[in-house]
Design a protein around this ligand. Structure first.
Ligand code: ADP
Ligand code: ASP
Ligand code: MG
Length: 449
C-alpha cells in the first residue's frame, strides 16, 4: 500500500480536490490511504475564531463562522457528490455557532481548542471522501481518532506508536484489501479516553509517516504546492531548484531549521523500515519531485557540496554567562535543567568555557525561563532573530565550506555558529531582517543563481 498525504493547498479548492481524485485514480492498484490536511487557511481561521470568542468579539466570531461555512460550501459546490457531506459540515457549524453564542467570553481549554482545530481536517476529509465517491472511486472515511492514540499534551500531542501499530492495520487494512480507498485526517489523534488531540502545526506530514510505518507502506507521498524539496524556499529564492534526492538525515535537518515543506518529525517513524518519502507537486503530478530515503546520491548542482539552505524566522536567542564560582559542569547542567523544566525546545547551541548561546522558537514560556536562567547566570535576550542552516552530506568531506559560508554572509552579522554532530550542517543565527538576503547570497555562492 501507499500513503498519499495532501496538504492544505492541495485540497484548497474544488479544482485541487478534482486533481486529487485523478492522482488517486492513477494509484488505485497500489492501495492508497489518503491523509488530508484542512483546506488552506482553515486551521488559521479556526484559531482566529477561538481568539475572537475569548475576547468576547461576538460579531467577529459570527463573521468567522460564516467565512468557514462559505469556504467549505464553495468547494463542495464544485464537486459532484458532496451535498450530503456539506450538509453535515453546515450542521456542525450551526452547533458551534450556538455553543459559542451561548457564552459571553468562552476561553477554550487546551482540549476544547484541539477539538475545534480538528474540525478543519474532519471537514476536509468528508469532502474528499465524497468527491472520490462522486468520481466513481470506492472510498470510505476512517476517523484518525479511532487509531492514532496520543498522550494528552493538547496542541503538541505525542503519538503512541505501539497502539497505532495494532490498530491501524485492523481499522484500515480490511478496507484496503476490499479495494476501497481509505481517507483519514492528518494532524489529529485522540487520547485513551477519546479526547481529540492535535500533533502541532504542520503535523499532517507526521501523521502520514506514522501511518506509513504502521501499515508497512511501500512509499509515503507528500503532495504539496512545490515540486519537491528545493535548494531553498522558492518564496525567498525564486531561482531555487528541486533536489532529485535527499537523505532522511538531510531532510530532517532542513525541516528542523525551517524548510516548511516537511514537518521535522516526518522521517522519524520511517527510518527503521527504510520506507521512502516522495515530495510531489499536486499541480504538476508528472514531475518526479524529491525522493527522501536512507541513502541519497550526491547530486552535482554546479560544484556545490551542499544540498539546500533553510531559513527560520521568529527566533529568540539567549546568551547566558556563568558566574565565576560555578564549574562548567554544574553550570551546563543547571542551565539545561531550566529548559527541561519548562519543556522549551532548544534548537541551536554554541558553548564556550564560560558562556552558552542558544535559540528557542516558542517564546510562550520565556518569562518563566528568564526568571530561572537569571538565577543561573548573567542573561542576554535577543529577539527577532533567524536561523539559517546550510545542509548537505557533501559537507562531511569537503574542506573549506565554512569559509565560503561566512564570506557569503557578509556584511550581515553572524551571531551563534554551530556545526551539527552529524557534520552535515552549518547553522548560524542572524537578525531576522537580514535573513532573506543572506539566504539569497548563500544560494548564489553555492548554486550560482
Ligand atoms: P502543505 O500545506 O502542502 O503542507 P506547506 O505550506 O506546509 O504545504 O509547505 C510547502 C511550502 O514550503 C512551500 O510552498 C514553500 O514555500 C515552503 N518551503 C520552505 N522551504 C522549502 C524548501 N527547501 N523546498 C521546498 N519548499 C520549501
Ligand atoms: N492543518 C494543520 C495546520 O495548518 C496541519 C497541517 O496542515 O499539516 O497546521
Ligand atoms: Mg505542511
Amino acid at each position: 500500500m501507499i500513503v498519499a498525504k495532501f496538504g492544505g493547498t492541495s485540497v484548497g479548492d474544488a479544482p485541487a480536490i478534482l486533481r486529487l481524485t485523478t492522482i488517486i485514480a492513477e494509484r488505485i492498484a497500489r492501495r492508497p490511504l489518503v491523509v488530508v490536511s484542512a483546506l488552506s487557511g482553515v486551521t488559521d481561521g479556526l484559531l482566529d475564531l477561538a481568539g475572537r470568542a475569548a475576547r468576547g468579539d461576538q460579531p467577529g466570531g459570527a463573521e468567522r463562522l460564516a467565512w468557514l461555512e462559505a469556504r467549505h460550501r464553495d468547494v463542495a459546490l464544485g464537486l459532484p457528490g458532496t451535498a450530503e457531506a456539506m450538509g453535515t459540515i453546515a450542521g456542525e457549524l450551526d452547533a458551534l455557532r450556538q455553543s459559542l453564542a451561548g457564552q459571553p467570553r468562552p476561553v477554550l481549554t487546551p482540549g476544547e481548542l484541539d477539538e475545534l482545530l480538528a474540525r478543519g481536517e474532519r471537514w476536509s476529509s468528508r469532502l474528499v471522501t465524497a468527491a472520490l465517491s462522486g468520481a466513481g472511486i470506492p472510498a470510505i472515511l476512517a476517523d484518525a481518532g479511532g487509531f492514532l492514540r496520543t498522550d494528552a499534551r493538547f496542541g503538541k500531542a505525542r503519538p503512541d506508536r505501539l497502539a497505532l501499530a495494532e490498530r491501524a492495520p485492523a481499522e484500515i487494512g480490511p478496507a484496503l484489501d476490499r479495494g476501497q480507498v481509505v481517507v483519514t485526517q492528518g494532524f489529529i489523534g485522540a487520547t485513551a479516553d477519546g479526547a481529540t488531540t492535535t500533533l502541532g502545526r504542520g503535523g499532517s506530514d507526521y501523521s502520514a509517516a506514522l501511518l506509513g510505518a504502521a501499515l508497512g507502506a511501500e512509499c509515503v507521498e507528500i503532495w504539496t504546492d512545490v515540486s519537491g524539496l528545493m535548494t531553498a524556499d522558492p518564496r525567498i529564492v525564486p531561482a531555487a531548484r528541486t533536489l532529485a534526492e535527499a537523505s532522511y538525515e538531510e531532510a530532517a535537518e532542513l525541516a528542523t531549521f525551517g524548510a516548511k515543506v516537511l514537518h521535522p518529525a516526518t522521517q522519524a517513524p520511517l527510518v527503521e523500515r527504510g520506507i521512502p518519502i516522495r515530495i510531489l507537486n499536486s499541480r504538476e503530478p508528472a514531475h518526479p519531485g524529491t525522493l527522501i530515503g536512507p541513502e541519497a546520491r550526491l547530486e552535482r548542482l554546479g560544484d556545490s557540496p551542499i544540498r539546500s539552505i533553510s531559513y527560520k524566522k521568529g527566533i529568540t536567542a539567549l546568551s547566558i554567562r556563568a558566574p565565576r564560582m560555578l564549574g562548567a559542569f554544574g553550570f551546563l547542567r543547571a542551565l539545561f535543567e531550566v529548559f527541561e523544566r519548562h519543556e522549551v525546545v532548544v534548537d541551536v547551541v554554541a558553548t564556550s568555557e564560560v558562556s552558552v548561546s542558544l535559540t528557542i522558537e516558542d517564546p510562550s514560556r520565556l518569562m518563566d525561563v528568564r526568571r530561572d536562567l537569571e538565577a543561573v547566570g548573567e542573561l542576554r535576550i535577543d529577539e527577532e532573530r533567524a536561523i539559517i542552516a546550510v545542509v548537505g552530506i557533501g559537507l562531511r568531506d569537503t574542506p573549506g565550506v565554512a569559509a565560503r559560508v561566512f564570506r557569503a554572509t557578509e556584511p550581515a552579522n553572524v551571531e551563534i555558529i554551530s556545526q551539527g554532530a552529524s557534520a552535515i550542517n552549518i547553522t548560524f543565527v542572524t537578525r531576522e531582517a537580514e535573513g532573506p538576503d543572506v539566504v539569497r547570497r548563500l544560494h548564489r555562492e553555492f548554486f550560482g543563481t
